[in-house]
Design a protein around this ligand. Structure first.
Ligand code: FE2
Length: 426
């Protein structure tokens, strides 16, 4: 007897009329129209069932702090960093935990069940580190939270930067972070990349650095990151986040850089909502978009994922934990508006992001965890267009969240009573 049998599901790869059989929290079979005894049966009514969303880049220590102690007036990255510096002395573990747990509730409701969050290690008290380790423990029954030791003030630039980061790793933080473009000089930035990659190699940990988050075409720390990845044999374990300077780089240089990133097996995470908001701030007109070269990296075979980065914090006052909103912005900024481009943007917040995370048991195949989302959409393109309602969210076979279908009652003569904004079925 199966625990759960879903039938009439459409899958992200386009297969329709599919059945998904679940037993003991795992998918045991995915096949066309299976009929078998099950404790629970669910008719997906030809709607999309997709593996859950994954956010590969977030800042949970700052989330939902919007307006504390004040709002970012200029909206720039640097005022955001300064504002975060004003907020840090006011943080308490209790408030931080409460905000993070509230965000995780939002995430679960949106089918976002794995989040890689950076946590600032600059404060010697490591208050935020301890708080997010506690959050990780508390949410573990329903959400995978992975933490990156992130030296916001620069690992070399701030006194005690290296020691604080190492202490965070000793406490159980999962990934080595960095911010080379925020060090004092290009040389210090490169030195920080080398030092942090060596630390990761010593400890057998993955690396995820904020890399070249600027419009400076000569900010080339991603090159050093790819080189160090190869030198230390870290292929497949390293991610360059943001990489916005690549938007402004010389094309000839990029023609050399992309193969280097691909050969090194370095993943790249773009953060479309934040990149389009924070970059190009020194431009008059034309204003650069600032997001890294997503389709070009993908064509080169690089694993590219999209992150949310911020939700209601010193850098960004918008957001609700909806990775479809992230994908929606990503396809606009990258002009990936072909059907295949849109599907690639869906992958950027699902399978590609899971690869960055190193998530085991992810996917919609026999043997994978039964962790998936039923969306009010007929396919992944429609899911992004509508930022579709998450009708049901399952993790390891357990129903975690339900949202009623979006409909509108129309009070119009001779017109249908309701609409769900879905494309009429052919
Ligand atoms: Fe970030």
């Amino acid at each position: 007897m199966l625990d759960l049998l879903i039938h009439n599901a459409t899958l992200p790869d386009g297969r329709t009329g599919m059945s998904i059989a679940v037993q003991d929290g795992r998918i045991v079979e995915v096949t066309a129209s299976l009929d078998a005894p099950a404790h629970e049966k669910l008719d997906a009514q030809d709607l999309l069932v997709a593996p859950h969303f994954v956010d590969p880049h977030f800042h949970m220590d700052a989330t939902l702090s919007y307006g504390q102690p004040r709002v970012n007036q200029s909206g720039t990255l640097l005022e955001g960093i300064a504002l975060w510096g004003e907020l840090k002395p006011l943080l308490t573990a209790e408030a931080l935990i409460e905000r993070a747990l509230a965000y995780c509730d939002w995430a679960v409701a949106k089918g976002l069940l794995a989040i890689r969050s950076h946590v600032d290690t600059s404060d010697p008290s490591l208050l935020a580190v301890d708080a997010l380790l506690e959050v990780k423990r508390r949410v573990s029954p329903y959400l995978d939270l992975q933490l990156v030791a992130f030296p916001q003030d620069g690992v070399l630039r701030s006194s005690g930067g290296v020691a604080n980061l190492k202490r965070a790793l000793d406490k159980g933080v999962d990934v080595v972070g960095g911010i080379p473009h925020f060090e004092r000089t290009m040389a210090d930035g490169a030195a920080s990349v080398k030092l942090l990659c060596e630390l990761a190699a010593e400890r057998g940990l993955p690396v995820d650095m904020h890399c070249d988050e600027s419009d400076d075409p000569l900010s080339r720390h991603i090159e050093t990151l790819a080189f160090e990845t190869q030198r230390l044999g870290l292929q497949g374990r390293v991610t360059g986040s943001h990489c916005t300077s690549m938007h402004s780089m010389d094309n000839y240089y990029v023609s050399k850089l992309l193969p280097l990133i691909a050969e090194a097996g370095v993943s790249v995470v773009a953060n479309p909502l934040i990149n389009i908001t924070l970059q190009g701030r020194h431009d008059s007109y034309p204003k650069r978009r600032g997001m890294t070269r997503v389709p070009e990296l993908m064509r080169q075979g690089v694993n590219v994922a999209f992150g949310h980065d911020c939700v209601m914090d010193p850098w960004y006052g918008m957001g609700s934990g909806d990775m479809l909103e992230v994908a929606h912005m990503g396809l606009h900024v990258a002009q990936m508006t072909s059907q295949s481009g849109i599907r690639q943007c869906f992958d950027a917040v699902t399978v590609n992001a899971a690869k960055v995370f190193g998530l085991e048991g992810y996917g919609l195949e026999a043997g994978c965890d039964a962790s998936f989302v039923l969306l009010q959409a007929r396919d992944s393109v429609e899911a992004i267009r509508l930022r579709a309602t998450r009708l049901k969210v399952y993790r390891k076979g357990r129903l975690l969240a339900e949202t009623p279908a979006a409909t509108a009652a129309l009070h119009l003569a001779d017109r249908p009573a309701a609409t769900a904004w879905m494309h009429p079925k052919n």
